[in-house]
Design a protein around this ligand. Structure first.
Ligand code: ATP
Length: 324
């Protein structure tokens, strides 16, 4: 093992820079050459890579986004595109590829490994926390803090005007952001993809809250919630069925992805980046590096793509109890 390439792929997440930095510096520490690939798989297909040394990654641990840039590559979804990508890896004498990204990026990495017997390692970098085999993904903690801060601000308006706010947060398949930020920001109701609360129950619950003296309310809604309505339709429905509240909708959108990474994400990214290089040195391949109960662990990349079993039951109960 001599030459390692690293890329970031899919949606960017705060802490990706810290992960790249850790990979580059671990390579330097262990006397390996590290190559940075720009624009994810797109850059791999177009041969956009260059050597990185320990000094190339200075002053980036505190920056959001990814200095290597990220991309969604349609070409990499085709076997022709992957053939080109593999050709460039071989031409540059790369021995292994480290992919920082989410499940889509891991699916692509696995194909590269299966089709060309090329060693790959995944590092979970996505704000969604929707990957199996790791308690946390890089960027999730920062996103949570961003969402809580935003909801706190909206709450000021909600309580000044007796308004009910529906706030949409990211999470098409995973309710982690909605549930944790919802509890952290004291939301009255939290709608997540993993549980169908039912609109009638939602209205009943809001009516009950109103009776207990609440004059404003925050409902946090994950993008993939099971109400079957988009957030604006849901807002209209709630306004029609609930007297005495003005209803407003706020979609937080891309602010959730940006910003300086939290300390937790910087440390997590550093641990996983070093872990990825060390795993390669131990002869491991086609795995994802993750964090389980504070320990850096690894599971086969295939397993990382399986359905995640983060249990929400306890958090749902805590949310119910603390919002009475
Ligand atoms: P996030 O969840 O944060 O958006 P992600 O890694 O899941 O991150 P995707 O856009 O799903 O983001 O995937 C990133 C890239 O991985 C795609 O643009 C594509 O190049 C590659 N990829 C995804 N799915 C496949 C697939 N089935 N086969 C080959 N490549 C794929």
């Amino acid at each position: 093992l001599k030459n390692i390439a690293v890329l970031t792929s899919g949606g960017d997440a705060p802490g990706m820079n810290a992960a790249i930095r850790a990979v580059v510096r671990a390579c330097s520490f262990y006397d390996l050459n590290c190559f940075g690939v720009y624009k994810g798989y797109e850059g791999l297909i177009n041969n956009e890579m260059e050597p990185l040394n320990a000094r190339s990654v200075r002053n980036i641990i505190n920056k959001g986004g990814t200095f290597l840039k990220s991309a969604r590559s349609k070409a990499f979804m085709t076997s022709e595109g992957r053939k080109k990508a593999h050709g460039n890896l071989i031409a540059n004498q790369i021995d292994a590829l480290i992919v920082i990204g989410g499940d889509g990026s891991f699916t692509g990495a696995l194909k590269l490994s299966e089709e060309f017997d090329f060693p790959v390692i995944g590092i979970p970098g996505t704000i969604d926390n929707d990957i199996n085999g790791t308690d946390y993904t890089i960027g999730y903690d920062t996103a949570l803090n961003t969402v809580v801060e935003a909801i706190d601000k909206i709450r000021d308006t909600a309580s000044s005007h007796n308004r009910l706010f529906l706030i949409e947060v990211m999470g098409r398949d995973a309710g982690d952001i909605a549930l944790n930020a919802g509890i952290g920001a004291g939301a009255e109701e939290i709608l997540i993809p993993e549980e169908d609360m039912g609109i009638d129950r939602l209205i009943d619950s809001l009516k009950k809250s109103k009776k207990t003296g609440k004059t404003s309310s925050i409902i946090v809604v994950a993008e993939g919630d099971k109400s079957g309505k988009n957030i604006f339709e849901l807002g209209e429905h709630v306004e029609q069925h609930l007297d005495g509240y003005e209803v407003r909708v706020s979609v937080l959108g891309h602010i959730q992805r940006g910003g300086a990474p939290s300390c937790y994400d910087r440390v997590l990214a550093s641990k996983l980046g070093v872990g990825a290089v060390e795993a390669l040195l131990e002869g491991k391949r086609d795995i994802m590096i993750g964090i389980v109960h504070k320990d850096v662990t690894s599971i086969p990349l295939k397993q990382a793509l399986e359905k995640r079993d983060h249990q929400h039951d306890r958090l749902i109960k805590v949310a119910d109890i603390t919002s009475v």
